[in-house]
Design a protein around this ligand. Structure first.
Ligand code: PMP
Length: 435
C-alpha cells in the first residue's frame, strides 16, 4: 500500500479538524534511540518526539523490558478499584519529586484529563467556577480545558462551561507587554492580574492556571519570577495556583526539574503528562492533600494509572534519575541554542531564537518587520524533513519552529540536527526572499 492510499483512507474516516504535518504527511513505522523510520524506509532524527512525548528515546531496553514484564503477567488493566503495586510505587516517586508538601496524586490517561482533574479539585476546594488563565495558553481538548485555553485557533469550537478571565504573561514580540522595556514587564503583568481580578471577577476565584513556558503557544516564557509575583496577589484572595507542566516537567528545561522552579514559588497543584509515559498513556495531577481531598463524591478511573502504563512510568523515572537527563538537557540544549544564535538569529525573517534546555524555538516573520510568517515556518519544516530531521511548529500564528528532542539526545546528534536545521532555515529564508 502506498502512503497516498493511507492518506485517502485517513481523510475518509477521521475528522478534518485533526491537522496533519507536511504537504505529504508522514507515516512513521519504527523507532530506535532518537531516530524514526517512515513507511518508505527513510530515517529521520527526531527533534519533536510526537510533541515532546518521547522523553527517553525509542525502544529503550530498560523501558521495553519493564513493559514486557508486566505484559507477561497477563494483567494489563484492573481499574482503580483494586490495589496496583506499580501505581503506588509511581505515586511515591511523583509525590516526592513534585516539591509540594504532603501531596497526593491522581493518575489519568492524558494531559487534558490531568487538567480536568485539577479544575475539578480546585473548583470544589474553592466552591467557585471562576478561573484565571493566560493568553496564548494551551491546556487540552476537552470541554473545560478548551475553555481555559487562550488560543483561538484551538478554542473557537468550545462553548465554555467555566467563567474565565485572561491574563497577560510573556508576550515578547507583539501585544501590550512587548511594547514595554523587558525590565518592566513583570510588574505590568502583576498589575494586570490585580486589574483583571477587580474588574472581571467577583474576587472569589478558584485558581490561576499557567504553563511555565507556553508549549503550543510557541515556547513563550513569562519573565522568571512572575509566578511568585502573581502568588502574592493570589494569596490575598486564597486563589490556588496550578502549574501545567505537561511540556516543561521532568527536567526538560535543563535548569530545573519543574518549570515552576524558575519562578521561586511552589504551586498548589501541578499537572504532568507526555514524557512520563515515554509514549504510554500516563498523566496526572499532583497537589496539596487538602485540595486533592476536596472532591465530595467518589470517583475512579478504568484506565488511569493502569499496571502497564505505570510500569512504563516507573522505568522512565528510574532512567531519568540514573542518567541525570536534566543535566544532559542543559548541556546538549546549549549546543543547539548557541549554534542557532550564532548562525540564523540575525537572518532577516528570523525574529527570535529562544528557549531553555531541550525546549527551543525559532520564530519567523516577514522581512523587515514583525508580521508573522507561517509560510516560512512551514517551508523550514519541509526542508528539515527533506534533510532527515523532524521538528514541530506552533505559536498563535503558526510561525514558530519548535524543537523538543528526547532528553537522551547526544552531542553528536545535536550537531547533526543543528547542521540540518541551519541549512533548512537558510534555504527557506532565501527562497522566501526570492518570492
Ligand atoms: N497542557 C499542555 C501544556 C499541553 O501542551 C498539552 C498537549 N499539547 C496538554 C495540556 C494536553 O495534553 P494531552 O494531549 O495529553 O491531552
Amino acid at each position: 500500500m502506498t502512503a497516498d492510499d493511507l492518506l485517502a483512507r485517513h481523510r475518509a474516516v477521521l475528522p478534518s479538524w485533526m491537522p496533519l504535518y507536511y504537504a505529504e504527511p508522514i507515516e512513521l513505522v519504527a523507532g530506535s534511540g532518537r531516530r524514526v523510520t517512515d513507511a518508505q524506509g527513510r530515517s529521520y532524527l527526531d527533534f519533536f518526539g510526537g510533541v515532546l512525548t518521547n522523553m527517553i528515546g525509542y525502544d529503550i531496553p530498560e523501558i521495553r523490558e519493564a513493559v514486557e514484564r508486566q505484559l507477561r503477567t497477563g494483567l494489563v488493566h484492573t481499574s482503580t478499584l483494586y490495589l496496583i503495586r506499580q501505581q503506588v510505587e509511581l505515586a511515591e516517586k511523583v509525590t516526592s519529586l513534585a516539591g509540594i508538601p504532603d501531596a497526593r496524586v491522581f493518575f489519568t490517561n492524558s494531559g487534558t484529563e490531568a487538567n480536568e482533574a485539577a479544575l475539578l479539585v480546585a473548583t470544589n476546594h474553592r466552591r467557585s467556577h471562576q478561573i484565571l488563565a493566560v493568553r496564548n495558553s494551551y491546556h487540552g481538548r476537552s470541554y473545560a480545558t478548551m475553555g481555559i485555553t487562550g488560543h483561538r485557533s484551538w478554542t473557537a469550537s468550545a462553548h465554555n462551561p467555566l467563567q474565565v478571565a485572561w491574563l497577560h504573561s510573556g508576550e515578547r514580540l507583539r501585544g501590550l507587554l512587548a511594547r514595554l522595556p523587558e525590565a518592566d514587564r513583570m510588574d505590568a503583568a502583576v498589575e494586570d492580574l490585580r486589574e483583571v481580578l477587580a474588574t472581571q471577577t467577583s474576587g472569589d476565584v478558584a485558581c490561576l492556571i499557567a504553563e511555565p513556558i507556553q508549549g503550543v503557544g510557541g515556547f513563550v516564557a513569562p519573565p522568571d519570577g512572575l509566578f511568585a509575583g502573581w502568588r502574592k496577589v493570589l494569596d490575598e484572595h486564597g486563589i490556588l495556583l496550578i502549574s501545567d507542566e505537561v511540556q516543561t516537567g521532568w527536567g526538560r528545561t535543563g535548569e530545573h526539574f519543574w518549570g515552576y522552579q524558575a519562578h521561586g514559588v511552589t504551586p498548589d497543584l501541578l499537572t504532568f503528562a507526555k514524557g512520563i509515559g515515554n509514549g504510554f498513556a500516563l498523566a496526572g495531577v499532583v497537589g496539596r492533600a487538602d485540595i486533592m481531598e476536596s472532591v465530595p463524591a467518589i470517583s475512579f478511573s478504568t484506565f488511569g494509572g493502569n499496571p502497564l502504563c505505570t510500569a512504563a512510568g516507573n522505568a522512565v523515572l528510574d532512567y531519568l534519575r540514573d542518567h541525570d537527563l536534566q543535566a544532559n538537557a542543559a548541556r546538549v540544549g546549549a549546543i543547539l541554542l548557541d549554534g542557532l544564535r550564532a548562525t540564523v538569529a540575525d537572518l532577516d525573517g528570523v525574529a527570535e531564537v529562544r528557549g531553555k534546555g531541550l525546549m527551543l524555538a525559532v520564530e519567523f516573520v516577514r522581512p523587515g518587520g514583525l508580521e508573522p510568517d507561517p509560510a516560512l515556518a512551514a517551508g523550514v519544516l519541509e526542508a528539515c524533513r527533506a534533510g532527515g530531521l523532524l521538528v514541530g511548529k506552533g505559536g498563535l500564528h503558526g510561525n514558530v519552529l519548535r524543537m523538543g528532542p528526547p532528553l537522551t539526545l547526544t552531542e553528536d546528534e545535536a550537531r547533526e540536527g543543528l547542521a540540518i536545521l541551519v541549512e533548512a532555515i537558510r534555504s527557506a529564508v532565501a527562497a522566501e526572499a526570492a518570492r
